[in-house]
Design a protein around this ligand. Structure first.
Ligand code: SF4
Length: 447
């Protein structure tokens, strides 16, 4: 929440000297409020006013970066409470907690499992983000050795220790990784803040005195010059954590309350009875409002749905993921291979392409520009009709690539087959299945 034009005006010199290019200070203030001018255009603004205006222009939830440049995780800088208001920008990072009591080999094996896991969904590669290494051994050298292993694997790391000496050993071992220091408490905050500052690492802060205690701590730590912080709200169960995370988001966005304007770290395993509950709780945190989610159990069976959920929630609802329109080859289609048509919504494309591929039978897949909408939505919006399909057939030179004149349309738009016959004289319009899953049996019967 920035300042209004009038609030900004009160901070300007109010001499109307016009050097900023505007006739009055008020006009300049209005432009600043609308972010259509730069404060530096006024040469007379005082340092004090500058500091106030800069602070007001800062995002209500600070953007915090963790990890090496190549795999960095950026969290925070969200601007809305509800995704449908605009969008959520920085998806939460999934980190897996590993104890430094694991042997070197065991640790390496767990690390590899986490680092190697990758799945593709709607053309986008999804993976876990990093590891949180816990100094359960209590030994600084052991901690540093495990941190080194994780850093060598190229993963972003969170260093978990309450002991400043062990933390420093971990930070030294994590050079170039920009790890998250977890964390500062009422007991150790000065030492942890000094380390975070020295090693230029973000600092997680937790308090056993609720949100008031947390706000007090962050204010004190900020006073020592540490800007990048992450909050552990300290509530773990379903209802209490939802309440606290929601309060934090509201305070930051609606009240512009700076001491709690930071991304949030959560540990669903702390309250969960088993790994299934841990995954379910993590799902709640994806929706509301975690920045970093540290899990205890690595299992592709729970990570995949979490990654899918995260992808769905962090996709801009105004910009559906799309594929480029065109004629796609599935396998190595021949002139007599079947031709299917659908829309350019990514999920639609990948569902259809995946099912066709699974049949092992090469085919042509014509993707119409439906502005990224799925079949039924596009049809209802007039973006996937006979005219558009016929245009796509012509634009993509389909007639020169196939020797038959049969086109399979999605079952959901069977009603356009008559119009399509008119648009494509000489063509046979075949109504395919409603859902992509029906494609294999449909194609089996396709002559
Ligand atoms: S340059 Fe500064 S003082 Fe002069 S009119 Fe613009 S805002 Fe006002």
């Amino acid at each position: 929440m920035g300042l209004s034009g009038l609030q900004i005006y009160k901070l300007l010199p109010r001499t109307n000297c016009k050097e900023c290019g505007f006739p009055t200070c008020l006009a300049f203030a209005m432009k600043l409020a609308a972010r259509q001018a730069e404060l530096s255009d006024c040469p007379y603004v005082s340092d004090e006013a500058k500091a106030q205006l800069d602070a007001a222009a800062a995002p209500p939830i600070r953007l915090v970066t963790i990890g090496p440049e190549s795999r960095k995780v950026e969290v925070g800088n969200e601007t809305v409470l509800y995704r449908h208001e605009k969008t959520f920008y920085h998806e939460p990072g999934f980190f897996y907690r590993l104890s430094d009591t694991l042997s070197e080999q065991e640790f390496a094996a767990r690390l590899k499992e986490i680092a190697d896991y990758q799945v593709e969904r709607v053309g986008i590669d999804l993976s876990a983000n990093g590891v949180a290494i816990e100094n359960a051994s209590g030994d600084a050298a052991t901690f540093a050795a495990r941190v080194k292993q994780a850093v060598a694997a190229g993963l972003p790391v969170i260093l978990i220790s309450d002991d400043p000496a062990a933390m420093e050993a971990g930070l030294k071992a994590a050079t170039g990784n920009r790890p998250l220091v977890y964390g500062a408490t009422a007991e150790n905050w000065e030492k942890m803040a000094a380390l975070a500052k020295q090693y230029q690492a973000p600092l997680a802060v937790r308090s056993s005195d609720g949100l008031d205690g947390l706000a007090e701590l962050t204010a004190k730590i900020q006073g020592l010059g540490v800007e990048d912080m992450v909050l552990d709200p300290g509530a773990d169960g379903w209802a209490e954590s939802l309440k606290r995370l929601t309060i934090l988001r509201r305070l930051a966005l609606k009240k512009n309350f700076r001491p709690l304007g930071y991304p949030i770290i959560v540990f669903p395993g702390r309250a969960a009875e088993d790994e299934i509950e841990e995954a379910l709780l993590a799902a709640q945190y994806v929706a509301k409002y975690a920045g970093l989610i540290v899990l205890d159990h690595f299992d592709p069976a729970s990570l995949y749905p979490l990654l899918t959920l995260r992808q769905n929630i962090y996709t801009d609802p105004q910009k559906p993921i799309q594929v480029s329109p065109g004629l796609y080859e599935i396998g190595e289609p021949k002139p007599d291979s079947p031709l299917l048509v659908t829309t350019n919504f990514s999920l639609t494309y990948f569902s259809v392409a995946g099912e066709v591929e699974a049949t092992g039978r090469p085919a042509w897949l014509l993707i119409c520009d439906s502005e990224g909408m799925s079949v039924l939505t596009a049809w209802a919006a007039g973006k996937f009709d006979a005219e558009r399909i016929a245009k796509a057939v012509k634009q993509n030179g389909v007639e020169s690539k196939i020797n038959h004149r049969k086109i399979i349309i999605p079952g959901h738009v069977s009603s356009i087959s008559g119009e399509l016959e008119e648009e494509l004289p000489g063509w046979q319009i075949l109504v395919g299945p409603r859902e992509a899953i029906g494609i294999p049996s449909f194609l089996k019967n396709f002559a």
